[in-house]
Design a protein. Structure first.
Length: 462
């Protein structure tokens, strides 16, 4: 009693406070040092056209400088070219599938002339393209009908991961419940019939091109190429008024066409205007196939991020291995709306089957033993509409949920992916519509928090 000396609390000791501050500064310096040595590296993976690049576009909008004027000019050129090529594809596919087009009937003179304008528009694509965009010719060639015929001839009808050494046949045997899909609506395309359709339009082009050679004289009856305004009006008129075009578009799951092409057609007159500048939403709905490997750097919530985007098509997957080192997290994008669609590279392979097989090879890969995988179940907006009229179990017999119930369908995909995970690694699932900036802002913020926490834990700071 009374023998204990009075001692000031540590909180009142100036020396203690300085020491505490010094430790905090050292901790912050250490954190900064470790962050500089261990930048957060996100790897975007998924099959072709799953929406990976759209996720990256959203990151640029939300956490970067957005899009430059050069970017907007580039996308406008691609959108214009894609609109013309896609509308020509609708006409050819209608003929292949024996769908009557109003524009094929000569008595519908106005629509018939609009169709001729659209096929004559092919030559205007190159003439109206900036010479700096040399990729455009390769882009058009890749998606041309000639290229499609070649892919049809090379089709194996077998899902494959390409990058992985595991035999696809073995994967199929292990997962027969999921991969044994059937669809009586699909038949192998008749190449001769398709060639005939192409030849018919080549004849049309020859007849309407305006060139006729008289012996020893110059060409006469020249008909100038259609203007962009005329082309846009032709596309808009056929899109709105040709009943056959609507029918073939409704069957777009039977051939490859951009999932957002209706957005482009509905704004076609804007894209024909030389003064029009593409909006962020236009760019989000545009499609440029990713080739090679791209790295984009961001500063998000004080941390340095490097987001790596790689091409998802089969020809690009052999490049994936070069990107697998020092990855903080993988974002795997799977377009669940593609359950009734065929692969671009092989028209005898279901897209969702290939995507799920690809996910299995990634989630169980030795390269990602300690790496969290974040799954984006993408294109849920399209999925919710499609499942109302196109039952999921028609293509995936393993689905036993309620027909037309989108929530049951989404849960089915999540459960399927979880069941393929043969490791102890964590999986994080998100339902996404990659073209919806508001939704993606919320989801990407949540993903960023997860990744930052995982990174801090990995370097021993929490």
């Amino acid at each position: 009693m009374g023998c204990g000396a009075s001692i000031e609390s540590d909180s009142d000791d100036p020396y203690y406070q300085l020491k505490k501050l010094d430790k905090q500064i050292e901790r912050n310096l250490l954190l900064e040092k470790k962050n500089s040595k261990n930048p957060i590296r996100l790897l975007l993976l998924g099959a072709g056209e799953s929406g990976k690049s759209t996720v990256l576009k959203q990151m640029k909008i939300l956490h970067h400088i957005g899009f430059t004027n050069e970017d907007r000019t580039l996308y406008k050129t691609v959108i214009w070219s894609d609109a013309i090529a896609s509308f020509q594809l609708l006409i050819l596919q209608a003929r292949e599938k024996k769908i009557d087009l109003d524009c094929d009937k000569f008595e519908n003179r106005e629509l018939f002339n609009y169709k001729k304008i659209i096929f004559r528009a092919s030559s205007s694509i190159k003439k109206n393209s900036d010479p700096n965009f040399n990729f455009l010719n390769q882009y058009l060639e890749k998606y041309s009908e000639t290229s499609k015929l070649k892919r049809m001839e090379e089709s194996t009808g077998t899902p494959d991961t390409i990058w992985d050494e595991t035999s696809p046949d073995q994967n199929l045997k292990n997962d027969q419940n999921f991969y044994n899909y059937t669809d009586e609506n699909y038949n192998n395309s008749n190449i001769n019939e398709f060639n005939q359709a192409l030849n018919e339009d080549n004849m049309i082009n020859l007849k309407i091109s305006g060139f006729r050679k008289d012996a020893g004289t110059r060409r006469k009856n020249y008909i100038p190429d259609p203007t962009k305004s005329e082309i846009a009006h032709a596309i808009k008129s056929l899109w709105n008024n040709d009943s056959g075009i609507k029918k073939i578009y409704a069957r777009r799951n039977e051939y490859t066409i951009d999932s957002n092409i209706d957005y482009i057609f509905n704004k076609i007159e804007c894209f024909s205007n030389d003064d029009y500048v593409c909006t962020d939403q236009d760019i989000l709905n545009a499609r440029i196939k990713t080739t090679g490997v791209t790295e984009t750097h961001f500063q998000i919530k004080g941390s340095d991020f490097t987001v790596i985007d790689v091409g998802g098509q089969r020809s690009e997957r052999k490049k994936w291995l070069s990107c697998f080192k020092d990855i903080t997290a993988v974002i795997f994008v799977l377009a669940i709306s593609e359950y009734d669609e065929k692969l671009f590279e092989d028209n005898n392979v279901n897209r969702i089957v290939e995507s799920v097989l690809l996910f299995k090879s990634i989630v169980n890969s030795k390269w990602f033993n300690e790496t969290p995988i974040i799954v984006f179940l993408n294109k849920t907006d399209l999925f919710r509409v499609k499942i109302q009229t196109n039952p999921l179990n028609r293509y995936l017999p393993g689905y036993t949920g309620e027909s037309g119930n989108a929530e049951d369908g989404i849960q089915y995909f999540e459960n399927t992916l979880k069941s393929l995970n043969q490791t102890s690694r964590e999986l994080y699932f998100n339902e996404t519509c990659a073209t919806d900036t508001r939704q993606m802002n919320f989801i990407l913020n949540a993903v960023t928090d997860i990744v930052i926490q995982k990174n801090l834990k990995a370097v021993g700071l929490i």
